[in-house]
Design a protein around this ligand. Structure first.
Ligand code: SF4
Ligand code: SF4
Length: 87
């Protein structure tokens, strides 16, 4: 299981500051942070702690089971961000 960041994300990185698993990217010191449309959660590292959801000011982080239907594709969008970085 994992949490997922969806369309409302404004990339303010509040979630990065509270994530105990360091599984949200890009971080502010990453070269591509300024170009990021949103932040992404690594599904292989997330420990389902809920801290990102509680910290998010715009309700953009969801447990994958609670993703609204209109944003179901964000489960793949988040995972693909990390797949690309492994290539
Ligand atoms: S649920 Fe917890 S571990 Fe997973 S991304 Fe959110 S803060 Fe990080
Ligand atoms: S998911 Fe929420 S807390 Fe995290 S960067 Fe996006 S808007 Fe900020």
């Amino acid at each position: 299981m994992t949490y997922v960041i969806a369309a409302p994300c404004i990339a303010d990185y509040s979630c990065i500051e509270v994530c105990p698993a360091d599984c949200i990217s890009p971080r502010p010191d990453d070269p591509d942070f300024d170009k990021a449309e949103q932040l992404y959660i690594d599904p292989r590292q997330c420990i389902d702690c809920n801290a990102c959801m509680e910290a998010c000011p715009v309700s953009a982080a969801f447990h994958e089971w609670d993703l609204p239907d209109k944003w179901n594709n964000y489960l793949t969008v988040n995972a693909d961000y990390y797949e690309r970085s492994l290539r």
